[in-house]
Design a protein around this ligand. Structure first.
Ligand code: NAD
Length: 353
């Protein structure tokens, strides 16, 4: 049976950029069917809910989700459960999307966009794998209380179960097999019990992946190494809180928010794929948004959820080609380039395919 993708364009530039990714997937001729449904503010407008029941049903009947972006000033005053980002959070929870994959790639042509020296980042190809459903962000108990000395104190609980660590470690080693076969596990094992346990479990899971090189690094050193020599890394795997911080740091190494895709996967390789940027209300409707992050998210979708490695590689090669040909959207423009809008960038990728 043909594979199905649920396309959730969302708000702002979401519909503009997902439309280009849909054209690219169609052009591959893989017989994949795609159906759209509203989410975020668009879901609220259509059905009074940022994740309408019909949208969730479509996702359940699909093999993967291609997600645009949600949010916008129009929805900022809504009560929290109706806010656009709730659509995203509920999807993550519903499908138990525990593994967040964020590649940080610096195409040689765009190395100048980084705030680091071009030679430090040119050719960077790093994958940050962040655990997304555990850690201090979800651990109980948490709160603010009055302690025995009568002083108020805030507290949270860092917590990871063995099964949670095992599954993210396995995802990391499997992802490394599709890359340069090196995993660096980032922790704070010198100070935190939870992360010493993390390290022990990662070492144990590694016994099934002896073809992969495993190293360990403390998070403070990792934050430093990411700006000192980011090209030393292939796959970085880490917990929710460290991953939150390091993945933003790594994405800014590239300097181009309109270029970066992401994936959130569950244990069955079902996943939600989206650009890391938001709905960009400032440029919505102007036809200038960069669709490449979404097109590259579609490539990840084909690789990780549909097992279409060759097709994923074709999309990535096409993106490299259009950059080499000098095509640039406004966010990555430079003197002497061929500046194009959203649709024309989609056209260029299709031509390069
Ligand atoms: P943003 O990522 O939407 O925009 C930041 C800046 O980057 C803006 O100047 C924007 O024009 C530019 N930009 C972003 N994507 C671009 C693209 N593809 N091409 C060219 N330029 C691009 O972040 P923000 O302005 O902080 O947030 C805007 C809205 O998006 C808010 O409502 C926020 O909550 C939401 N948001 C959603 C997601 C998501 O859906 N996953 C993520 C982040 C923010």
């Amino acid at each position: 049976m043909g594979k199905k993708i649920a396309v959730l364009p969302g708000d702002g530039i979401g519909p503009e950029i997902t439309a280009q990714a849909v054209r690219v997937i169609d052009a591959l001729g893989l017989g994949i069917s795609m159906a759209e449904a509203p989410v975020g503010g668009a879901g609220y407008d259509a059905a009074g809910d940022p994740l309408p029941a019909a949208t969730l049903a479509l996702c359940e009947a699909s093999d993967a989700i291609l997600f645009g972006a949600v949010g916008g000033p129009k929805y900022d005053a809504l009560p929290r459960p109706m806010r656009p980002e709730q659509g995203l959070l509920r999807l993550r929870k519903h499908f138990d999307l525990y593994a967040n994959l964020r590649p940080a790639i610096v195409y040689p042509e765009l190395a100048h966009a980084s705030s680091l020296k071009a030679e430090v980042v040119a050719g960077l190809d790093l994958l940050i794998l962040r655990e997304l459903t555990g850690d201090i962000y979800f651990g109980q108990p948490r709160g603010v209380r009055t302690n025995e000395a009568g002083e108020r104190e805030g507290f949270d609980t860092m917590r990871y179960t063995e099964s949670e660590i095992r599954r993210i470690a396995k995802t990391a080693f499997e992802a490394a097999r599709k890359r340069s076969r090196r995993v660096c596990s980032v922790d704070k094992a010198n100070v935190l019990e939870t992360t010493q346990f993390w390290r022990d479990v990662v070492i144990d899971v590694h016994k099934d992946f002896t073809d992969i090189e495993l190293s360990h690094m403390y998070v403070d050193n990792a934050a430093m190494q990411l700006v000192r020599n980011p090209k030393q890394f292939d796959v970085i795997v880490t917990g929710n809180m460290f991953g939150d911080i390091l993945s933003d740091e790594a994405s800014m190494l590239t300097g181009s928010i309109g270029m970066l895709p992401s994936a959130s996967l569950n244990a069955k390789s079902f996943g939600m794929y989206e650009p890391i940027h938001g709905s960009a209300p400032d440029i919505t409707g102007k036809g200038i948004a960069n669709p490449l992050a979404t097109i590259l998210s579609a490539a990840m979708l084909l690789r990780y959820s549909l097992g279409e490695e060759a097709a994923a590689g074709r999309i990535e090669a096409a993106v490299r080609k259009v950059l080499a040909q000098g095509y640039r959207t406004a966010d990555i423009t430079e003197p002497g380039c061929r500046q194009v809008g959203t649709v024309a960038m989609g056209d260029a990728v299709l031509a390069a395919l």
